[in-house]
Design a binder for this molecule. Structure first.
Ligand SMILES: Nc1ncnc2c1ncn2[C@@H]1O[C@H](COP(=O)(O)OP(=O)(O)OP(=O)(O)O)[C@@H](O)[C@H]1O
Length: 708
């Protein structure tokens, strides 16, 4: 019997491919497709590379002086396309590379030779020997090293390649670790910074759901390719169709190479609701999309769907668009992507519930209803109108309180003013009146709509128990931090409790609709044992990430449940200049600096791919003022509004409000905010979160302008 050889591509090969001139790109793609079909074809001449550290790396001629670098181990039928470049550059690249298998995790890892110590005694050790007296094999351990308490086997279990043990042992500070990040495999860097932040190796491995007790064959590259760590950088391609799809979108790495934690959470069964936290840019949306695809492909019957939801319409539209490219049409047909408000509106229409939903109490009929309600307030209490509005949102609507009795015993944590029973009795008529006024106008507050729809669904489920298959097999929710308690209760009511029922991703640092703070456990959602976190920011440089995180110092950040979240375990994979922070007197000055920033970045970019820019402002008014000033300086501007979709055009300056910029990304952003946004943290939590969201939209460069 003959088996087809295993052919894989590396993420670096695809990044290189994207840089090739168009004509060469097409030829290399054609060649790669043929290569995938038959890597043993006599037409492919594998040449040895003189001076290569790894004898398994070969060069192949692609076109003219373009060369491919292929990993072709002597044992096993494995071929990995690693790199493509001009002859000399490709050879130089290959001379410095080495592919090995981590003897503890079994992952295939690429090393750069500069980081690898000269072959020493430890390279000859077996994994089980690795824990022997370290002082004998790694003299560097004598230094006051950051990881002195870890033995070799522990370091390797975190992902450190055996060849880099001495390199890692020499690290004395977290800054040094960060400086060496690019020379370490992603899982090794992540594992090490988690330990430096205070986690034990056991905690890191548990959170990764990684077992390190299996015997590893360090020559079995076919088996090594199957680990989630290997799959974060190599993809096995088994047919022309998937090869063509990958080659056609070489920069859409998120579709193919998942972080090992994204990978583990995206596939496989979970016994109940899962909650995944992660700072901005850690790949939560990417994970949510891959999870939705897996659920649709594997756990969804023909007449069911996976409901993929989020808070805003624009984000739902972006997710839908991306899922269309990620999934086959058959799988896509099993997905329903919609923001929750739109879903509730459609549900109410389908059930002939004719109320309209109030989104803005300051307008039209809802305004009249609220004013009529305030007219019945007890003036003896001397409470301002703003108190009633906040009490309505944060207590009455959030908790779904519909009677005075419920209100008397309601939790009012964090509300500041203490209300005695007598005062609660005196306050309540305002809320009762408001609901009555809304009802007479056929209106409903959005939280009340969520609550009532949840009640309808629960009653239906009770009646139809066992007889009907639920409409949704599972729910996947993005931006969970912006879903309030009634929204979460509704999602809970939409699918029966059970395996794979609910999958939430979110980030408390990005809650910009503050009325929607919710604790999952108090909404019937039990995530115990299924709470996970993503730590690596794929979007933003570490310099911008640090600046954004610094803005939140002193703010209380929750974990979407009853606990706290933190930013100590959060790093970026790329680096660049630190963002500039300036303070200016007026919007004209702000626009002048913005124009200079754009020109400087464009100048530095030169002939490279044009950069995308976005000016992110606190309000529509300042967005439009910036637009007209920048436009008059000769740069073409386009506002991204609530109605308009985000276009990826690169020859214009985009402008958006902070709320609208949520979920988007650009090469560079210029954030313009009133100085008051940076007043005392305890008074500016929402504003600082808006700044955090805005700054973390940047991939490469950022400027923060404080406006007097
Ligand atoms: N495994 C991956 N490989 C490569 N790129 C990735 C990966 N995961 C995510 N990304 C990229 O990182 C960026 C951020 O991803 P994503 O939007 O999913 O993060 P997020 O955590 O939802 O961010 P935010 O909370 O800021 O909206 C995107 O450009 C995405 O394509």
């Amino acid at each position: 019997m003959s088996f087809k050889p295993k052919v894989a591509l590396s993420n670096e090969f695809l990044l290189q491919l994207a840089k090739l001139p168009a004509k060469v790109h097409t030829k290399v793609m054609k060649w790669a497709i043929q290569f995938q079909a038959d890597p043993k074809s006599p037409g492919i001449n594998y040449e040895n590379i003189n001076g290569a550290r790894d004898p398994n790396l070969k060069s192949v001629r692609l076109d003219g002086d373009w060369r491919g670098i292929v990993f072709k181990p002597s044992a096993g039928d494995v071929y990995v396309l690693l790199y493509v470049d001009h002859h000399d550059d490709a050879y130089r690249w290959a001379e410095k590379r080495k592919l090995t298998i981590n003897p503890v995790t079994g992952a295939m890892q690429m090393l750069t030779v500069e980081s690898v110590a000269e072959p020493g005694p430890q390279e000859a050790m077996s994994a089980n020997d690795a824990a022997v007296d370290r002082a004998e094999v790694t003299p560097a351990a004598a230094a006051p090293a950051l990881f002195a308490d870890l033995d070799d086997r522990e370091l390797m279990s975190l992902g450190v390649p055996q060849e880099l043990l001495a390199f890692v042992r020499a690290i004395a500070t977290e800054d040094e670790l960060d400086a060496k990040q690019t020379q370490l495999p992603l899982e090794a860097y992540e594992g090490l910074f988690l330990v430096a932040a205070g986690d034990t190796v056991g905690q890191v491995l548990n959170a990764r759901e990684t077992r390190v007790d299996k015997a590893i064959d360090t020559q079995d590259f076919a088996a090594a390719l199957a680990t989630p760590e290997s799959q974060s950088r190599f993809v096995v391609v088994s047919d022309d169709e998937s090869m063509t799809a990958i080659l056609n979108a070489p920069l859409a790495q998120w579709r193919v190479f998942l972080h090992p934690t994204q990978n583990k959470l995206a596939v496989g069964d979970r016994s109940g609701p899962v909650r995944v936290l992660g700072g901005a840019g850690t790949g939560k949306t990417v994970l949510a999309m891959h999870r939705a695809r897996w659920l649709a492909e594997n756990r969804t019957e023909a007449n069911q769907k996976v409901f993929v939801t989020t808070f805003t319409r624009n984000l739902a539209a972006d997710i839908e668009q991306n899922l269309r490219t990620l999934c086959s049409s058959e799988t896509f047909a099993k997905l329903e992507v919609r923001n929750l408000d739109a879903w509730v509106n459609a549900f109410m229409r389908s059930r002939k519930l004719e109320h309209r939903i109030v989104y803005d109490r300051k307008r039209d009929a809802a305004y009249q209803a609220w004013q009529a309600a305030l007219a019945v307030k007890d003036s003896a209490l001397d409470l301002p109108d703003s108190f009633y509005e906040q009490e309505l949102e944060q207590v009455v609507l959030a908790q779904g309180i519909t009677t005075l009795d419920q209100y008397r015993t309601a939790r009012r944590t964090g509300r500041g003013v203490i209300l005695s029973r007598a005062k609660r009795d005196a306050v309540w008529p305002v809320f009762e009146e408001y609901r009555g006024q809304l009802a007479s106008r056929k209106l409903k507050e959005v939280d009340d709509a969520f609550r009532e729809v949840a009640d309808v669904l629960s009653a239906e489920a009770e009646r139809e128990r066992e007889s009907a298959r639920p409409l949704y097999s599972a729910i996947v929710a993005d931006e969970t931090q912006d879903l309030g308690p009634q929204a979460l209760r509704l999602l809970r009511a939409l699918v029966p409790a059970g395996p794979n029922d609910l999958f939430f991703v979110g980030d408390g640092h990005q809650r910009i609709y503050s009325r929607n703070k919710a604790a999952m456990s108090r909404c019937g959602i039990d995530i115990r044992g299924r709470a996970r976190k993503l730590y690596l920011n794929y979007r933003t440089t570490d310099e911008i990430r640090r600046q954004a995180v610094a803005l939140l110092q002193g703010c209380e950040i929750d974990d979407l449940d009853d606990g706290h979240d933190e930013t100590k375990r959060y790093k970026s994979l790329s680096h660049g200049p630190a963002p500039s922070v300036l303070s200016v007197k007026g919007i004209e000055d702000a626009a002048k600096h913005a124009v200079e920033f754009v020109r400087d970045w464009n100048l530095a970019q030169g002939e490279g791919l044009p950069l995308s820019f976005c000016v992110i402002a606190a309000s529509e008014k300042s967005r439009d003022a910036m637009a007209s000033l920048i436009q008059s300086a000769g740069l073409h501007c386009i506002a991204i509004t609530a109605q308009s979709n985000h276009a990826d055009a690169r020859d214009v300056i985009h402008l958006a409000t902070m709320h609208r910029a949520k979920g988007l990304e650009f090469d560079c952003v210029i954030v313009v905010a009133p100085r008051s946004y940076l007043d005392a943290p305890e008074e500016t939590e929402t504003q600082r979160k808006l700044l955090y969201v805005a700054l973390t939209r940047a991939k490469r460069g950022a400027m923060l302008i404080e406006l007097d």
